[in-house]
Design a protein around this ligand. Structure first.
Ligand code: HEM
Ligand SMILES: Nc1nc2c(ncn2[C@@H]2O[C@H](COP(=O)(O)OP(=O)(O)OP(=O)(O)O)[C@@H](O)[C@H]2O)c(=O)[nH]1
Length: 669
């Protein structure tokens, strides 16, 4: 499915539910796309997966989400100026409903690989209408309701409610989980009742009075139609071709060399054509009579393989058919035509059962090339002509560009001059070449955008890592969300100070010594960093040879004293194992209340304030090498849970007087 539909989903989920929800949905769906390219095709199943993920994130039902996506699409396509197209479809909502097919068909140049649904208005009344939706995709029926509701409201000021009257193969409908959206063998058919105020349309429709001059006009001779529309065919109640425009017969012969040209007239339409749109339509008089507002597409069945056979077959005199009189080329043409038509019949038999055999080449999205000529696709509507009690398929060939025109074996002058076919081909051709340039430019731009998004993403990640190294992640995220300054008080934390000893003799002026000291210090501090296990312990800062950490902030942690002691014991062991010559460390820990906050603008730091910090620092500065000194309060806390401590006695601590302290010997068994 084209990226435009997913762009609308992404845009409005971000707008209505926020970027975090969108990111969460992408995670659930495992969607790798940072953005969607309008004209690129993505897997169909993404749409229901997004709906199921949004349903899981918001608690809304799956159907609600698909309905929401349909509304998003209508709001979004105005960005492409398509709202003008909707407004121009007609004065009334019913005019629009009858034009949806046409809208998609007209979009073929812009979305050449589009496999759009077909819609058919089967009934209109003062209170609304009944519409039949056919599609090769499952799960989109509520999406369509969202689209129609939004168009009714936005473009026609109508409050419309839609509900499903009956449906075939539609597995949507309240399913909470993702559903498989496949272009499978099934054709989804859903009949909706649309309730809205339709009195204006009905009144104007009934009161259309033919101009008096029209009443006297003679009925039109069918042959005039056939001249005006040379690809037209006329059908009787058995759906047999009773009349046909000269161009369609000529093309049929071109595509079926060696088959009696006269056999075209009188044959059943399905002997000569495959109905491409609407899919799986019953080609019977009564059914088609109900579908006069629907756009049909019929593909000419061809056994055509090359011009030589065609040229040879041209002079076969089928009226006085005498096999013996055929020359070699004509006999070959006849034989290969019969052989290919048998093959075609076999193909159709296979396609008939699987119904999924697409004539569309999945790689290019174009109709598969025949061995020689391309098949021709006729697009038009079925009209009932009362005078002759016949259906006329008023159509013209759907040709996207000059290459396709040649591929079918036609020329511009084969297309009726007054219809738009020629302009369409030329416009299509120019349009396509312009579009191709635009697509390439857009592809480049979106690749650049994709790359810059990835680059921005990696920069953001690096920035975040840098930020989280200065400020704890929860604090940084809190700061992102609100402008106000972050400052918190904690009832009880444990602060750890670790000083690295004998790394550097400050009296030495020797550069080598200084560089050696930096290397050693970096080694020790890196070893300490590896022991910081978030969120139990957080590294606050390093000042000179001193490394400061805290347990219990920013994430409150009742076991802060234990985690602080565990860190100290691990670090002691690790630095000893490094056996750096002459280097030793000493550790001090204290527990108590602190105030924590981010200070500074240039290099914002997460700092702790309070006497607890000062005392912890004193525990370290008055400790011995290779020793862990605990304040009295911390020692008693951890002793209760099995940590082995040894009383050091009373120590004279600067600014604190005599303090009873303890050595930490080891952790609990
Ligand atoms: C006016 C501009 C519109 C454009 C450019 C447009 C284009 C498209 C495109 C590109 C697709 C995807 C098909 C594919 O990728 O194979 C699509 C699908 C679809 N469109 Fe439109 N569309 C338009 C209007 C509408 C409107 C007004 C409706 C109905 C009210 C509608 C109903 C649908 C539905 C139901 C699908 C889903 C495919 C499916 O059911 O098979 N579209 N359309
Ligand atoms: N690294 C670090 N040390 C701190 C912090 N807060 C206090 N200290 C140290 O804790 C010790 C005791 O602090 P105070 O009681 O304020 O003593 P002071 O008079 O400011 O500093 P001294 O000159 O060391 O006595 C001092 O050595 C401070 O440097 C801090 O946030 N980070």
């Amino acid at each position: 499915m084209y990226g435009m539909l997913y762009e609308s989903v992404q845009h409005y989920i971000q707008q209505e539910y926020g970027m975090d929800t969108w990111k969460k949905i992408c995670q659930i769906v495992d969607c790798k796309h940072q953005s969607f390219k309008t004209h690129q095709i993505y897997p169909d199943k993404l749409m229901p997966d997004f709906a199921a993920a949004l349903s899981a994130c918001t608690g809304e039902s799956f159907d609600f989400c698909m309905n929401f996506f349909g509304k998003c699409f209508v709001r979004f396509f105005s960005n492409f100026g398509y709202d003008k197209m909707i407004r121009s479809t007609g004065r009334y909502f019913c005019d629009f409903l009858q034009s949806i097919d046409n809208i998609h068909v007209q979009m073929r140049f812009t979305y050449p690989k589009m496999k759009s649904p077909s819609m058919q208005l089967t009934n209109v009344d003062d209170n609304g209408a009944v519409i039949l939706y056919r599609s090769g995709r499952t799960g989109m029926s509520k999406y369509l309701i969202g689209q129609m509701t939004e168009v009714a409201k936005e473009f026609y000021g109508l409050d419309m409610t839609a509900y499903v009257l009956e449906s075939q193969n539609d597995i949507c409908g309240g399913t909470a989980g993702p559903i498989k959206l496949t272009d499978g063998p099934l054709t989804v058919i859903v009949k909706y009742r649309l309730d809205f105020d339709n009195r204006d349309y009905m009144s104007k429709r009934v009161n259309v009075i033919a101009h008096p001059s029209q009443l006297k006009m003679p009925s039109v001779d069918l042959n005039v139609f056939l001249e005006l529309f040379p690809f037209t065919i006329v059908l009787d109640h058995d759906m047999r071709i009773t009349l046909a425009g000269e161009k369609i017969i000529e093309t049929w012969i071109l595509h079926n060399p060696g088959v009696n040209p006269k056999s075209f007239i009188g044959s059943h339409i399905l002997e000569r054509f495959k109905c491409r749109r609407p899919k799986d339509t019953l080609i019977e008089w009564e059914t088609i009579l109900q579908m006069r507002t629907v756009l049909f597409e019929f593909e000419l069945i061809r056994t055509g393989h090359n011009r030589a056979a065609y040229d040879a077959a041209l002079n076969i005199d089928f009226d006085n058919f005498d096999e013996a009189s055929l020359n070699e080329a004509q006999s070959m043409a006849l034989a290969s035509a019969q052989e290919l038509s048998a093959e075609n019949a076999k193909d159709d038999a296979v396609a008939g059962t699987s119904k999924s055999k697409e004539e569309i080449d999945p790689a290019t999205g174009q109709r598969r090339h025949s061995v020689g000529l391309r098949s021709i696709l006729l697009k038009g509507q079925m009209f009932y002509i009362k005078d002759v009690d016949s259906l006329i398929f008023l159509c013209s060939p759907l040709i996207e560009n000059l290459d396709e025109l040649h591929g079918i074996g036609l020329y511009l002058n084969d297309l009726n001059p007054h219809g738009l076919s020629r302009e369409l081909v030329m416009a299509g051709w120019q349009h396509c070449s312009k579009l191709e340039i635009m697509f390439e430019k857009e592809e480049q731009r979106s690749d650049e955008l994709e790359k810059s998004l990835e680059l921005a993403d990696s920069w953001k990640r690096q920035g975040d890592e840098l930020l989280y190294s200065m400020i704890p992640r929860p604090i940084a995220e809190q700061m992102r969300k609100s402008e106000e300054h972050v400052c918190q008080s904690f009832e009880e934390v444990s602060v750890i100070f670790i000083e690295v000893l004998n790394v550097y003799d400050s009296s030495s002026n020797n550069i080598q010594d200084a560089m050696q000291a930096v290397t050693t210090l970096n080694k020790v501090f890196s070893a300490l960093d590896e022991e910081i296990i978030s969120p139990f312990v957080y590294k606050v800062e390093t000042v000179g040879m001193v490394y400061m950490a805290v347990s219990g902030a920013p994430d409150v942690n009742p076991l802060h004293a234990e985690h602080a002691c565990d860190l100290a014991l691990r670090v002691m062991k690790k630095v000893k194992a490094h056996a750096l010559p002459g280097v030793a460390i000493r550790v001090g820990i204290n527990s108590g209340p602190v105030v924590a906050g981010v200070v500074g603008l240039k290099v914002p730091r997460y700092c702790l304030f309070g006497d607890t910090v000062n005392t912890a620092s004193r525990m370290e500065s008055s400790s011995d090498p290779w020793k862990i000194q605990l304040s009295n309060y911390t020692a008693l806390k951890v002793q209760k849970v099995g940590y082995k401590v040894e009383a050091r006695g009373f120590v004279k601590v600067k600014g604190k007087g005599e303090m009873e302290t303890y050595w930490l010997l080891e952790g609990p068994e």
